[in-house]
Design a protein around this ligand. Structure first.
Ligand code: BDP
Length: 602
């Protein structure tokens, strides 16, 4: 799906701003809200999560539907064009109405969707109403408990007369921020238009051959011009499918991005798609970018900030990448959902390497909010398969041309060991699907939870073993010697597989300002000691090809006894001030090269 752009053939109207808003306090869905202007509407800013924009528990922890409304007119000069309404993301699901008529539905909170408006709008003013549901359950990704019931309720006897408030019980460790979280735009195209562009570079001696497919609707001829960063035409091609050669190609490199632009013309339509030329390959125990063994230094992150919640914040995006530069990081994972298209385009420009993750988090009935009692077969209980396929397809379709994306993560911390065969049967087809959807055939991974790894039949199916490990925190917390021994035993086990392995999470909750001469858990000194201890072990293994810390910054979570006003594992605080460990990493990472840090023994 193409990112909406303003150019000589396409108009672009941004609907950001203050919208009318109301919580739907009924237990059901009140479609009547869509049929007239919202009564007693309150104000809300779009795009952003709504939760932290107003005061009160009822507002922040609202369970179910909310209603957004905005009035707009399309300039008369554009009415003869194809007019499209596009949402960057609405969390968790949406129904869209124009002048009271339902025109589209979308499930899933982190990927774009769009709908043609021509047959629905009037030349005068139009009423756009968006109903947004924040409920997570056994069929959504991320996963939550069914019908707002507390997954832990089996731990206490029934207590008649107690009526716990209805709320989401996420089976994941980040606040369920919701609403219209990314830009809402109207764009136009000519009636015959470019629907999608796919670019597949391969690198030769000094040149690159780029295969391309231009998906079009209507009649016309496709012409393609490729420009370098100076704007000079370096290649041309005709036809909706084919290839072109870029002579003296400049590669996209981590930390040293270079982007070309494919300027596509089709009849009266035109669209410019930026792209980088680079290769990605897993060979033996190595992860190669442009043929060189890459070492991942970076983070698991969140889209999370004060006031906006999970709403897009381009200032913060720029700042975060600047902090990554400062600290010597070269990469991050979009834990635990696809990030905004704006962030992906920025990473393309800044040369930051990205592991792109679906919102499949909490596919695990023996973990977090769902744990307790006898082990359960997650894959018999959850109904996520169809939606899981959908998010893999949509994410790859959206980000397929991004040079920054070097690997797809199709899930985070699913249950892979309670019922190992069920897990492998669920994941093998999804792993194959991801490969099959990606025109560039990037490596595919499934991020593994700390578990009885020797039973795991799923992770070994993937291209890179990605582990979230908490030795020294949840396991052997406060005993770093034991943590080192256990980690070392586990790495010995995985090494025999002959595949590259990296940490996609490891970390320790640290409350900024807590200090101790003899470190204890939660102090800034313990966080440093924790990382030093882990690195002492990981640095010994040549197949250990990357360290992504959990987390870049502190972030909001549901309230509970495990979290002190949110998850505090950040190297930075939520407002991006460094903890002691940030300085430790700055020293470490500036001394670790992006390429060739590990030399395989054989
Ligand atoms: C892992 C999850 C991550 C959590 C983290 C933690 O992947 O979302 O926030 O652990 O416990 O289980 O801090």
């Amino acid at each position: 799906m193409l990112y909406p752009r303003l150019n000589s053939s396409r108009a672009l109207i941004d609907l950001s701003g203050i919208w009318d808003f109301q919580l739907d306090k009924s237990d059901t869905f009140t479609e009547a809200f869509a049929c007239s202007p919202l009564e007693n509407a309150i104000t809300i800013a779009v795009p952003a999560s709504y939760n932290d924009q107003k005061e009160g528990e009822d507002f922040r922890d609202h369970y179910g539907w909310v209603w957004y409304q905005k009035f707009f007119s399309v300039p008369a000069c554009l009415l003869s064009e194809r007019i499209v309404l596009r949402f960057g993301a609405v969390t968790q699901s949406a129904r869209v109405y124009i002048n009271g008529k339902l025109i589209c539905k979308h499930k899933g909170g982190f990927l774009p969707f769009e709908v043609e408006l021509n047959e629905h709008i009037s030349p005068e003013e139009n009423r756009l109403t968006v109903a947004v549901d924040n409920r997570v359950n056994h069929s959504t990704l991320p996963v939550g408990s069914e019908a707002g019931g507390n997954m832990l309720s089996g731990l206490i006897p029934d207590m008649p007369g107690v009526t716990p408030k209805k709320q989401n019980y996420p089976n994941f460790d980040f606040f369920n921020y919701c609403g219209i979280t990314r830009p809402v735009k109207i764009y136009t195209t000519p009636k015959n238009y470019i629907k999608d562009i796919t670019l597949i570079p391969s690198v030769g001696e000094n040149s690159a051959t780029v295969s391309y497919i231009v998906d079009t609707v209507g009649n016309g001829n496709v012409h393609l011009l490729v420009r370098n960063e100076a704007g000079k035409v370096v290649a041309e091609a005709d036809g909706s499918e084919g290839s072109f050669i870029i002579p003296d190609v400049i590669l996209w490199q981590p930390g040293n991005a270079y982007l070309y632009t494919a300027e596509v013309r089709f009849g009266e339509d035109t669209y410019s798609e930026p792209f980088g030329v680079r290769t990605v390959e897993v060979r033996g125990k190595e992860f190669l970018i442009n043929g060189n063994p890459f070492y991942f230094k970076g983070f698991g992150k969140h889209e999370d900030s004060n006031f906006r919640g999970r709403g897009i914040d381009e200032v913060l995006n720029v700042k975060d990448l600047s902090l990554m530069n400062w600290i010597g990081a070269n990469s991050f994972r979009t834990s635990h959902y696809p990030y905004s298209e704006e962030m992906m385009l920025l990473c393309d420009r800044e040369g930051i390497v990205v592991i792109d993750e679906t919102p499949a988090v909490g596919v695990n009935m023996n973990f977090g909010a769902a744990a307790g009692g006898e082990p359960k077969d997650t894959y018999k209980i959850l109904q996520t398969r169809e939606h899981h396929e959908e998010v893999i397809r949509d994410m790859i379709c959206r980000d397929k041309n991004r040079a920054c994306v070097v690997m797809w993560s199709i899930a985070n911390e699913s249950d892979t060991t309670a019922f190992p065969d069920s897990a492998a049967a669920y994941y093998k087809p999804l792993y194959d699907l991801a490969h099959c959807c990606d025109p560039q055939n990037r490596p595919v991974t499934i991020v593994g939870v700390q578990n009885e790894f020797v039973k795991d039949k799923t992770l070994p199916l993937t291209d890179v073993i990605c582990l979230n490990r908490y030795y020294g925190w949840y396991v052997y917390g406060g005993d770093l010697k034991a943590a080192q021994q256990a980690l070392s035993l586990e790495l010995d086990y995985w090494e025999k597989l002959g595949k590259p392995l990296m940490f996609t999470e490891y970390g320790a909750d640290t409350v900024a300002g807590f200090h101790a001469t003899t470190p204890v858990m939660f102090t800034e000194e313990y966080q440093v000691d924790f990382y030093e201890a882990i690195h002492e072990v990981t640095d010994r293994y040549d197949f250990f090809i990357g360290e992504q810390v959990w987390n870049f910054a502190d972030f909001a979570t549901i309230q509970g006894i495990m979290r002190v006003v949110g998850n505090k594992k950040g190297l930075f605080t939520r407002d991006r001030q460094p903890k002691l460990a940030a300085h430790y990493f700055k020293e470490r990472w500036h001394n670790i090269p992006d390429f060739g840090y590990k030399q395989p023994k054989s």
